[in-house]
Design a protein around this ligand. Structure first.
Ligand SMILES: Nc1ncnc2c1ncn2[C@@H]1O[C@H](COP(=O)(O)OP(=O)(O)OP(=O)(O)O)[C@@H](O)[C@H]1O
Ligand SMILES: [Mg+2]
Length: 396
């Protein structure tokens, strides 16, 4: 089945009634046509930037001649398909139209309506094919841009498509997923495919920093801001200026700090502890959590307004057990990387080992898989890693 896209069809026709008839005929023919009629060449050129897919041109117009319009369209964009609709039967006019890139030439007689419908259908089919090829080509190119994200499963490809949607903008993105699913890998991919790629990517694990230090860690402080603040310190937000800050485990942030974060998200301004000077920053914020934030709102542990703000664009990362297709791909990838790094001859998994890995539920997700593979590479006595070399840790 060929893919259907919306096709913009522009009709240039000075006879308003005839224009309406053509429009209706095409609209009845196929509801993926978006048809617009223009009474003059000038009216049409005012809308050429909307990039029609197909243009039907009346040969005799009050302000311009059909051939002239044809030439200008082709100069603007060769891919726009054009049809001349004309009462003019002179052979040299017809030949000139084809010479100038017209896809078809239709006589204005009693068969003109079905003829136009047929021609537009064929052109639309070509246009759709071209669009599909372009789309596929883009997908192939794009996959290479994300080679830090290993995997071919539907789940991971969907995540990559979501990254594509937001990487060029400054939208706040929340990445959710169980521990070890690769949330930081995704945050990295967004940053390194964004216009900010040459500026810093600063990751802060909110859960790993003691509560009494986190505020100064994020906002920085002036000398003497609190006992022990012996000098000025630049915070993570300022470090990320021009680039991206990644707030990992944002669900663990305590309420007071959430209020301050909300202000940063709204105004992109920070104030160092012990200072009253506001500093304007230009940074993109990405966040991640493996907690159910909605639950935490209900428990009164997470601010509702911050929660809604974070719901702007969600990228949920599926757990590894739902990406079966990726288990082996990732395992081989980690094995090769580990053998290369440690200058070991490349090892391989035997069938039993592969089966065992496919059956495992991976509560620790990709992180667990990576650790398992590296352990196995060390344990295996030969170049073949067997089931016996796979030592699953039960602590997760
Ligand atoms: N798709 C992937 N391709 C390559 N490596 C991956 C992929 N997903 C995860 N990893 C690797 O797995 C490990 C865990 O990933 P990461 O730290 O991004 O997980 P996380 O979701 O942030 O975990 P946590 O919730 O514990 O913070 C890292 O070593 C990372 O490089
Ligand atoms: Mg993480």
């Amino acid at each position: 089945m060929q893919k259907k896209y919306v096709n913009k069809v522009f009709i240039i026709e000075d006879d308003a009634i005839y224009g309406k008839i053509l429009q209706r005929k095409l609209e009845q023919e196929d509801d993926t046509y978006e048809v617009q009629v223009f009474p003059t060449g000038h009216a049409f050129f005012d809308h050429l930037h909307e990039n029609p897919d197909i243009v039907s041109i009346d040969y005799n117009l009050p302000d311009m001649n059909g051939l002239e319009i044809l030439k200008r369209i082709k100069q603007y964009n060769e891919d726009i398909a054009t049809v001349i609709l004309s009462g003019q039967e002179k052979v040299d006019v017809v030949v000139e139209a084809y010479d100038n890139g017209a896809a078809n030439y239709i006589m204005k007689n009693q068969d003109a309506l079905p003829a136009l419908a047929r021609v537009v259908r064929n052109l639309s089919s070509n246009v759709n094919l071209r669009k599909e090829v372009e789309e596929l080509r883009e997908q192939i190119l794009d996959r290479n841009k994300y080679d830090m994200i290993v995997g071919e499963s539907k789940g991971i490809l969907k995540v990559i498509r979501m990254i594509q949607k937001v990487e060029k903008s400054n939208i706040l993105v929340l990445i959710t997923g169980e521990s070890g699913t690769g949330k930081e890998v995704i945050a990295n991919a967004i940053h390194y495919n964004s216009p900010r790629r040459r500026k810093p990517f600063v990751a802060v694990n909110v859960a790993a920093i003691p509560a009494d230090l986190i505020e100064s860690e994020l906002f920085g402080h002036e000398k003497g801001a609190f006992t022990g603040a012996t000098g000025r310190r630049i915070g993570k937000f300022e470090e990320a200026n021009g680039g991206t800050i990644f707030l990992d485990e944002i669900g663990e942030m305590e309420l007071g700090l959430q209020t301050k974060l909300l202000r940063v998200l709204q105004e992109s301004k920070i104030t160092r502890l012990g200072s009253n000077k506001e500093i304007q920053l230009d940074m993109r914020v990405l966040a991640a959590t493996n907690k159910n934030l909605g639950e935490r709102v209900k428990q009164g542990l997470f601010r509702e307004d911050l929660y809604y703000r974070l719901q702007g664009f969600l990228i949920p990362l599926p757990p590894l057990r739902d990406r079966e297709h990726d288990i082996i791909i990732l395992a081989k990838h980690f094995l090769k990387a580990f053998c290369d790094q440690n200058r070991m001859p490349l090892k391989t998994f035997d069938k039993g080992a592969l089966k065992t890995m496919l059956r495992h539920p991976w509560p620790g997700n990709v992180r667990e898989l990576k650790a398992l593979v590296e352990r196995a590479a060390l344990i295996a006595d030969t170049d073949h890693i067997t089931e016996d070399d796979l030592i699953f840790s039960d602590a997760v």
